[in-house]
Design a protein around this ligand. Structure first.
Ligand SMILES: Nc1ncnc2c1ncn2[C@@H]1O[C@H](COP(=O)(O)OP(=O)(O)O)[C@@H](O)[C@H]1O
Ligand SMILES: [Mg+2]
Length: 348
């Protein structure tokens, strides 16, 4: 049997990519512009929507351009030290003739400079000034940011770079609630103005085309199969993977059961865990109401005060879980079989 072309790994760039041209071009065009309108993009979306993959593919495109350096930082740990060390390592490789006058320990030290700087930020400033003079831009990616001291130290420094007009560009991913917690710090309010790109579903038309091609099935069948993914990135890979693995041309009952079980275990359980008690009750009420039920009616069943209800609904919306229903004033779940998951596992 041929190798399965689908990929179940979170984060790694899959072989089969449904392009997100709009988001990708927006980031690349903005960051490479002569005078960029912004230096930061935040990629937000539900678990499994494709944040890490988009971040990775954009960073690979930019890193291959002239006069760019790309550094990926781990949000756990001393990000500023890692940044200095990584820039130095990358420049040595890409621009061997470029020398920085710095004192970072364990990193290239220009010969005549003594260890007179102890502050990492002073070193970084000096490094970035040098890059600026050489017209080199720096792209920093950070996956899965959250509200921690290390991340705040990094974003605080980035804010300083913006003020000093240093050529630093940041692309970060995060779950909406983690991002909100970070932005709510008094020192981080500038992040609220950062452009947020919400990763919604992938194009079902393109998903159907991929299935049609790979499984050699008529387009109506491929469309039906694409509908079962609702454009959920992880669902697209999972359904394709299982169908391919079973040696079938389209999912049968057994494959569909397996598909649902995998969505539940690998994604929805975590999503549910991350919800607050109030959000859970709203999700449960929506799941248990018939599709197309008026939002107002759902709130009344819950007997929840309308401000509170709107707050929960808004958070669920921004977390990439809810979409507007097909009829006015109704809601639906974005992820495939999420309603079924909630009903089966958490319902009455
Ligand atoms: N544009 C895409 N086209 C096809 N599959 C994708 C795409 N983006 C992500 N995926 C797949 O979806 C899954 C989750 O992607 P990932 O980027 O790890 O999500 P997130 O970081 O939002 O949790 C992975 O299996 C990945 O291969
Ligand atoms: Mg991710």
């Amino acid at each position: 049997m041929k190798n399965n072309p689908f990929s179940l790994d979170f984060g790694a760039e899959p072989n089969l990519m449904i392009p997100r041209y709009t988001e990708q071009n927006k980031i690349i065009e903005t960051f490479t512009a002569e005078s960029p309108s912004t230096h930061i993009f935040l990629l937000v979306g539900a678990r499994g929507s494709g944040k890490t993959v988009l971040m990775t593919s954009v960073s690979h495109k930019i890193r291959d351009m002239d006069n760019w350096i790309h550094v990926d930082l781990n949000p756990e740990g001393d990000m500023l030290n890692e940044l200095a060390a990584e820039i130095t390592r990358k420049t040595k490789k890409q621009y061997p003739r470029l020398k920085f006058e710095i004192s970072v320990k364990g990193v290239t030290v220009s010969s005549d400079v003594e260890e007179k700087y102890s502050d990492i930020q002073v070193d970084l400033d000096s490094i970035l000034e040098t890059l600026k003079k050489k017209k080199i831009r720096l792209l920093i990616t950070v996956d899965e940011i959250h509200n921690s001291k290390d991340v705040r130290a990094f974003t605080g420094y980035f804010q300083h770079c913006l003020r000093e007009e240093l050529p630093v560009f940041v692309l970060m991913t995060g779950l909406y609630k983690n991002l909100r917690a970070l932005q709510n710090n008094r020192s981080q309010t500038f992040l609220r103005r950062a452009t947020r790109l919400n990763l919604g579903p992938l194009s079902q038309i393109r998903i159907a085309q991929q299935y049609e091609e790979i499984f050699g099935i008529p387009s109506e069948q491929a469309t039906e199969m694409a509908q079962m993914t609702k454009g959920y990135s992880y669902g697209f890979q999972m359904l394709g993977y299982l169908t391919f693995e079973a040696g079938k041309k389209r999912p049968d009952e057994r494959i569909l059961n397996e598909y649902r079980a995998n969505l539940y275990e690998n994604s929805y359980e975590k999503i549910w865990e991350e919800l607050s008690a109030g959000e859970r009750s709203v999700v449960l009420a929506i799941a248990e109401s018939a599709p197309g039920t008026d939002v107002k009616q759902i709130r009344e069943t819950l007997q929840m005060n309308s401000n509170l209800f709107s707050t929960y609904k808004d958070t669920l919306d921004k977390s990439g879980l809810l979409s507007r229903g097909s009829a006015y004033g109704t809601v639906d779940f974005i992820l495939p079989f999420f309603r079924e998951y909630v009903k089966e596992v958490w319902g009455e």
